[in-house]
Design a protein around this ligand. Structure first.
Ligand code: C5P
Length: 232
């Protein structure tokens, strides 16, 4: 898979999601389904969006004992999504078990990527609440290397970290980066942001874009602008 723009469909219901996706009559965007929509609508929403011809990143961030994650992944593999994820903090053993569970009998599987430290976690909360005293950048790179050693395909990270992740783990290791804003757009609650063009320059493989597209007056035009800046 090449560079692409993934639209974060952070909606509370299938009705809202389809009202949004119905606007796209031409190119079908790659769609991210997160916990809110998945827990509200269940696996059916994944199948329905897939049936409409969209690629899907199922963002459920699994984190449990290896056996439980393996079994959960062996259920998710039947949904035929393109990318799914877990927390690298679950350890290498959990990531290896996840890959095993995700791999279908014919050897195919969705791409599996890891969340390192959430962007909502900062140095202070990591030291205070998690008792991790190392610099956060070092922790993120260590988690990325562990995910790679476990056989995963890449990580979710800030576009600001994508270059360093590629330097550390190789260019074939995917970087999927949220925190993207247009130069003339609202930043909202994201703290460290980049434009799609900057994310392209630094080497992100996929950008995850939510509100700059979902809350735009013309979502299709906003999506096409992202694609033009990032992919073309
Ligand atoms: O609306 P916005 O463009 O900020 O949406 C970004 C999407 O990426 C949301 O679905 C958010 O949950 C997700 N995300 C993020 N930062 C992370 C991981 C995921 O913003 N570190």
């Amino acid at each position: 898979m090449g560079k692409d723009v993934i639209v974060a469909c952070d909606f509370a219901s299938a009705a809202q999601t389809f009202a949004f996706l119905d606007k796209f009559t031409g190119r079908k965007p790659f769609v991210k389904i997160g916990m809110e929509l998945f827990y509200a609508e269940g696996p059916a929403i994944v199948k329905e969006i897939k049936a409409r011809g969209h690629k899907i990143f199922l963002d459920l961030k699994l984190h449990d004992i290896p056996n439980t994650v393996k079994k959960a992944m062996s259920v998710l593999r039947n949904l035929d999504v393109d990318i799914t994820n877990l927390h690298a903090a679950g350890t290498k053993a959990m990531m290896e078990a996840a890959l095993e569970g995700l791999t279908r009998e014919d050897g195919t599987r969705p791409l599996l990527i890891a969340v390192t430290q959430l962007t909502s976690t900062d140095q202070e909360s990591m030291e205070r609440d998690l008792l991790i005293k190392e610099p956060i950048d070092k922790v993120v790179m260590h988690y990325a290397q562990t995910a790679k050693a476990a056989g995963l395909d890449g990580i979710v990270c800030s576009p600001l970290e994508a270059g360093k992740v590629h330097d550390t783990c190789g260019n074939g290791f995917l970087t999927v980066t949220p925190g993207v804003r247009f130069a003339d757009g609202e930043v909202g609650d994201q703290k460290r942001v980049m434009t799609p063009a900057q994310a392209k320059k630094i080497g992100s493989d996929y950008i995850v874009v939510g509100r700059p597209i979902t809350a735009a007056a013309d979502p299709v035009a906003a999506y096409e602008r992202c694609v033009a800046e990032f992919c073309d």
